[in-house]
Every structure is written in C-alpha cells, then in structure tokens.
Design a protein around this ligand. Sequence first.
Ligand code: SF4
Ligand code: SF4
Ligand code: SF4
Ligand code: FES
Length: 943
Amino acid sequence: MSLVHEIDYGTPASKSEKLVTLTIDGMTVQVPEGTSIMRAAMEVGNQIPKLCATDMLDAFGSCRLCLVEIEGRNGTPASCTTPVADGIVVKTQTERLKKIRKGVMELYISDHPLDCLTCSANGDCELQDMAGVVGLRDVRYGYEGENHTKLGKDESNPYFTYEKSKCIVCNRCVRACEEVQGTFALTISGRGFDSRVSPGMDESFLSSECVSCGACVQSCPTATLNEKAMYNIGTPEHSVVTTCAYCGVGCTFKAEMRGDELVRMVPYKDGKANRGHSCVKGRFAYGYAVHQDRILKPMIRSSIHEPWKEVSYEEAIAYAASEFKRIQEKYGKRSVGGITSSRCTNEETYLVQKLIRGGFGNNNVDTCARVCHSPTGYGLSVTYGTSAGTQDFDSVEASDVVLIIGANPTDGHPVFGSRLKKRLRQGAKLIVVDPRRTDVVRSPHIEAAYHLPLRPGTNVAIVTAMAHVIVTEGLVNEQFVRERCDWEEFQEWAAFVAEERHSPEAVEKYTGVPADAVRGAARLYATGGNGAIYYGLGVTEHSQGSTTVIAIANLAMATGNIGRNGVGVNPLRGQNNVQGSCDMGSFPHELPGYRHISDDATRASFEALWGVGLDDEPGLRIPNMFDAAVEGTYKGMYVQGEDILQSDPDTKHVSAGLAALECLVVQDLFLNETANYAHVFLPGCSFLEKDGTFTNAERRIQRIRKVMAPKNGYADWEVTQMLSNALGFPMTYSHPGEIMDEIAALTPSFAGVNYKLLDEMGSVQWPCNEKAPEGTPIMHIGGFVRGKGKFMLTEYVPTDEKTGPRFPLLLTTGRILSQYNVGAQTRRTENVVWHPEDVLEIHAHDAEVRGIRDGDFVKLDSRAGSTSLRAVISDRVAPGVVYTTFHHPVTQANVVTTDYSDWATNCPEYKVTAVQVSPSNGPTQWQEEYENLSRTSRRIAAE
Ligand code: SF4
Ligand code: SF4
Ligand code: SF4
Ligand code: FES
C-alpha cells in the first residue's frame, strides 16, 4: 500500500463549455475557456512550479514562481492568474524563467529555518519540493540577514500548530478559511517584511473565531500549519480512502497511516459530498477509536446489580442466545426484539434486521431514525413516492434561493454549511425559519434575507402561511402543477391554504412571526429563481413532524421547485448512516427498500433467499418496546451501536423499560449509559476497523474501508452473524461485500450496487439499477416516483405540550459543531475544549425576572423531570424560549423532554417542551446518583 496522491492542478476547473486551443511547450492543448495556463499545462502533465496556487482556491498570484512566457506578449505573466486564449503559444521552461524562479526561491529560503531534516513536514513540504524543482543549490544572500526564524509557535489548538517562522505568507490559509470554510478567521497582519498570518486580532488559534475545520492546515504548503500528529507519529507512509462516521454529510477522507497508527485524516478532493473539505469532527476527532475507555472483551452478568464478568465471545454469544430462546419460550415469540444503528454500516444494519426477522421470528426491529427523521420517510413517501431527499449536495451551487427550516447546517452539517455559505456569498438569497438565530442567519459576508423566528411547535402554521401567500398572490407554477401533480388534489389544497385562517396575519398571534416577513419570504421563495429547501430535526421532531414535511413537499410542488438541479427538498440527516439504516429495513413495518412487511410477494422473495418464514405483522416501534417492557410483555433486546437511554425522550420511562428486561444485549464501543441496564456487553468496532458502506443524506452509498485490525477482534457484522448462528438462523458471510450482494438481489433500488462499482465510481446515489446504472443524483426529473405528485392538506394542530404558569418557557434542543449526538465519541477527544458541558441559552429578559446571571447554575423543570446546568444569557433565543444541547450524559436534556410524538411515525417531540427555569446550587439528586451509577459501572467493568 502507498499514499494516495491527488493531482493538484493549481487552480479550480472552469465550468465553461466553450473549448480553447493553445500550445504549451510545443504540445497542443484543448481546455475549457477560463482555465488558467497553469491548469492547462497540468492537463498535459506539465507541472509549472508554484507555491501560492492550489486547485481548491482561486488564483492569487503572489509568489511569482509560476511565471511563463507567451509568444508575442511582453513580460512573464503568472500562469496561475493568466487564463488561456485561443492560439497562444506558451513556454514554461526558458533560461529567463529558470533564473527568475531561482531568484524567487532564494529569497524564500534565505528567510526560512533550515531544519528540514527535523521538520515535521520533511518529505511533505511544497517549499522543499520547489527548491528541488527550480534546482536551487545555494542562496546568494546567505542566511544571516534580517529574518523571521526566531518567531514562536502557537500550540493552542489541540490538533495543529502554527509555527510562524516557517510562514512564506502565500495567503493560502487565509483564502482557504474564506473561500472553502467561510469563517474568515485569518488575516495577514503587518506590512511588507512584517506580514504574518494572524488568527483574529492577533489572538491564538484557540481563542479566535477558528472552528478547526483544518482547511488552512491542508492548504499550507509548508510546516507552518501542521497536524500535531505529524510531530508525534511522523509522516504517513500509506493511506486508505474511507468515509467519515459522524454526520449525514458523508465526507470522504484519506486515512493516512504509519503502520497501523492513524496519522491524520485528509479530506479527499474526489469525495463527491465534501469536495475536499472537512469539519473538526471528521478531520481531527477520531481519537475515540483508540480511547482507553473502549471495552475490548465481551462481558456478561445475570443481574444488572452484579459486577461484569469478562468472557470469551463464544460464551457471551451462547449466553445471549440461550437467554433469548428462554425468554421466547416463556413469554412468546414477540417478547424480544432489537434496535439497529445509524452509526453502523448498511451491511451491519441489514444483518441485525435480518436476525430479528429471521432469527427471532418477529418484526420488533426499529432504529434511532425513529427519533430523528422517520417523518421524512413518511412525508416524502406519501407526496413524492420516495423516502429520501431529492438532490445531491452539488445542487446547492445552482440554487438562487435557499430556504432552511429547523436546521443549523454550520453546526450540524458543517461541510454542507460551508458549501451553502459559498453559494450565498456568490449572491443566492437565504430564508431561515428557526426559533433561534443560528450562525447562518448572520455571519461574515452573509445575511439572511429573512429570518422567521417562530415559536417552537408552529412549523406547520408558518409553512402553510407561506403557501397561502403563494396561492393567493398568484405565484403558483401552474404549468408544473398541471403537468406533474394531481390537479384535483392541488385545487383542494389551494382552496384550503387560501382560507383566511391560514394567512400570515391570522397565524402571527401564535407563531410570533410578523406577517410581513412571512409574506416577503414566501414571495422570495416562489419568484427568486431556483428555490431549494433544506430542513432538519427542527422540522421532524415534533408532534406534527410528518405534517411539516408534507407542507414542505407541497410548497416545492406548488412553485415547481422539484426535479432539476438547484431546487428540491433536502432533509439534512443527522447521523452518518441514518438514510442507510432506513433503507435497510430497520423499521418494524418495512423490509429493505421501504416495502411493507404485509406485502406477500415482497415477503416471499426474502423468505426464499433467507430460507425462513417471516411474520407478516409489523412489530413494535421503540417507544412501544419500552411500554411493553414496563407492562411485562417485552423481555429481551439486542441494541447495536445506540445509547437509547441517553438519546430517547422521557429518560425515566426508558430506564424503567430497560430495567424490566430480562436480557439486554448491548454492542458498543464504550460501556454507554444504556449498558448500565445490560446483561451482555459485546464490544463494538470503530469505522476504522471494518469494511462496509454508509449512505449519506444525498442517498449516496459510499465505502468505508478497514485501515486497522479490529481492536476487539471482530467487526460488528461478524458478531451479529455469530449471534444469529447461535440462535439457529445460519449466516455464512465471509466479507461485507457478500452482504451487499444480497441486499442488491433483494432490493430494487440497490439492484446495481456492488463493491466493484463503488470502487470504480467512488460512490453512487440510489436508485442504482438497470434504469440508472450509475445512480440517480437528482430524483423526480420529468415525473414523480409515485406518478403524480400528491398535494395533501396540512391542518395545524397545536401540540398538547402547553406552556402555563408552572412551565411558562419553551425549551428547544440542538447540536453544537464540536460535539456529536450524545457525545460518546467526541467527549473522548480533545473536542471537549470547545464544549465541556451542555449549557442553557436564555434571553436576558427571562433571566432577569428569575434572578439568573450569566454562568449561574439553574434548574430546568418540565412535566417529565428536571435537570440542572449552567445558564448562558443570549439574544440568539427570543424571550419565552430556552435552548440547550444534549451531548453530555450528566445533563441529560432528555430527562425533561416529554413522550409526545409525531402522529404518523412516533418521532418524539424533542423540540418543544414547556419548562420552568430557576436558580439552583448545582446538580440535582438524580444527576448525582446517575454519575455514581455510571462511575460504579465503569469501575466494575475496569475490574
Ligand atoms: S482551521 Fe478552518 S476555521 Fe480555523 S483558521 Fe483554518 S480554515 Fe479557518
Ligand atoms: S501559514 Fe502556510 S498557508 Fe498560510 S501564509 Fe503561511 S505558509 Fe502560506
Ligand atoms: S461534515 Fe459531517 S461527514 Fe463531514 S467531516 Fe464533518 S462530521 Fe464528518
Ligand atoms: S503560483 Fe502563481 S503566483 Fe504563486
């Protein structure tokens, strides 16, 4: 194995379709108009020396190393900033050019520390390379003159260093932060000889606006900005292309290795979701994979009050299987079930649902998507015919208006957030519907045209009010609707939304959003060109989550914003494989490919291949599993890669359900909070240690590849296979590729997918089959999957969760960039420096009337429970609304969330909880008990 090297063409590709022909060093070259001479030369394999240019960034033309001669033109223009022209004749190597380049390099090297042999970038430094390329053997000026070689080092960032003495002021980092990341954290301070890169106002990286995306580090041609691992481990010697295991963006990385040690994760330019960019989690926060807290040996115990006992895999699996069999014999076939993981691969998820349906003989399988995007599956399926987003991420580059509802892309989906911000800086307009003023509402060089800060729980009213404006002001795209949708249903819908009670003025009193702003936003979305909708859990995690998804689908159809580049309806999926876990049949009523379990023909095809009869009754959903456990009819559960105690609502009810189980098998990297109630613990395997595929929010199926051996001995799919065999339902796969072949054989939308295709194409978006052998980047082109698009009425029904004198505030929850979900991984990395605890954002007015100061500990009470945490006074939330994250188990925001849920899918209403906030002295009693329980559990495991 060797390092995967990507070609750097020096400047970005031109998108022009017009071709230009020129001659470079005697070779004829044909390239798109607008291409730089540097890139054109590279296309024919002629690498012009460069330092300030890289193809991730627009040309800047500062280093003067890339000069060329053009016949008939004076001077020596920079090839990075000079575009090609028809018929020009370019020379890249002449005596004059060689002399100038050598002179330039002499100046750089005379002011550079000559510690190449001990430098962390030795062998991976463009300055070093260019010295060789131009044939520099000596420096006429010597090294004794005025220089910067004694400048200090900024090591404040946990992941990379800034060694000022090595900076050549090429500006690549500054431009990367602006153009790629969109944070504008860096400037060049000082002038002339004193010029230096500066984070913020001459601050340290850690205290600046920097969000640690790593784009500057990646772009730096020297060791000035360098990963700390390059110092600690050394330069990598081989790499493997794989996919990030954090969020639903699905960034592709090169895992660069030295032996079996991971040196760094470098974003892959050919990655179709990220196009060479990354965020702090995927780029740097992978240390959890080798964290000492990982449990590497199976453990069992007959009661949750006993200490864990380390056993062999054989013993643990035999114990689990015998317990499941005993429970089924005693309480019936449907008394056991399991939960698949959106963190695990498609192949693993497929196997768990197969084990439950075939091995347990029932359909009691559900997934954490239940608690996040199940309304997306339902809403988009009934209106369009497919339970998935409609576009690829590239599509945003063609959007003119972007409507973001209940999503916070710069924190939750950061690389998409950066791509979106780039488009906004190019002039696209933005509408944000969110109770909180998220970063994207106003950030450097970006200002939303409209921010509609609605009261939590009123999404349906706002989106329907936008539809009211579009219908009553004659902004409907009638041609699209007549051609593509059911016209009668449209008319019924149009009459419904046109009712005065749906007008922005009528709904203002309960949404809290000024009618004028709703009208303006609706007009902009309908008339501003290509309109794209992106939404997140702020839409789905409501009692009317499915209704809002339907309302969004209606809005896109009414305006004709579906079925082409730049438009569409795009759910921003939370976890890395939440799309995949849904695709793979993780819901109790659906087999892989979203086919109902009651469909005889579908069931028959699975029965034939699996060699087992299947139950035709849908099984239990997650909340029903806990209800049944408390009632005593559900007794055994296999949970792979999820911490349901922390991630599901109404923690008290969940823990009561878990405590009532006679056999809980938890498979995870760490002894998570759910494992406090487990009888069998099976060690999980990180994404670095196994093969498989994830499917991201674009329906993009991507490979993850094993870069190191599983520290626990087995990949998760192998452990599931062992359990299935012990249950008497044989599985004999020798590689996940065989599991994918079976998925393809049974699932029409995956029929063309196999590992060979994925290796050749890099990734593919489903449907991928005979009709679309290379996949489907954009859905519903020319017609909806279901035939005619279906308009549905969206009556606004206020949630039963009401504010009142006891609970006068509304709590809504979300994520922060540096942490991820329940924090099991990110809390075990240096990312904690940015978010060591969950805090409660509260408006100054609400804080003042309660006597709360910034930083005070406060008690957060709801009808479901109470917790305590620190308050931060913030104008990001409106009076009456408070906000927190749920990354730390000691806070457990879900202790206060209720068990209200979406009417169609049971997706919990995390986003609306009536609460009271009051001053407090510290953690509540349960928090102290909980900490003790977790500590004891961990100690017992360690012993
Ligand atoms: S790490 Fe990212 S955000 Fe921070 S300075 Fe570099 S490019 Fe900017
Ligand atoms: S830190 Fe690196 S990328 Fe930035 S100006 Fe200096 S040498 Fe160039
Ligand atoms: S944006 Fe998501 S997929 Fe990409 S690096 Fe960050 S966490 Fe990973
Ligand atoms: S690479 Fe062209 S001027 Fe620096």
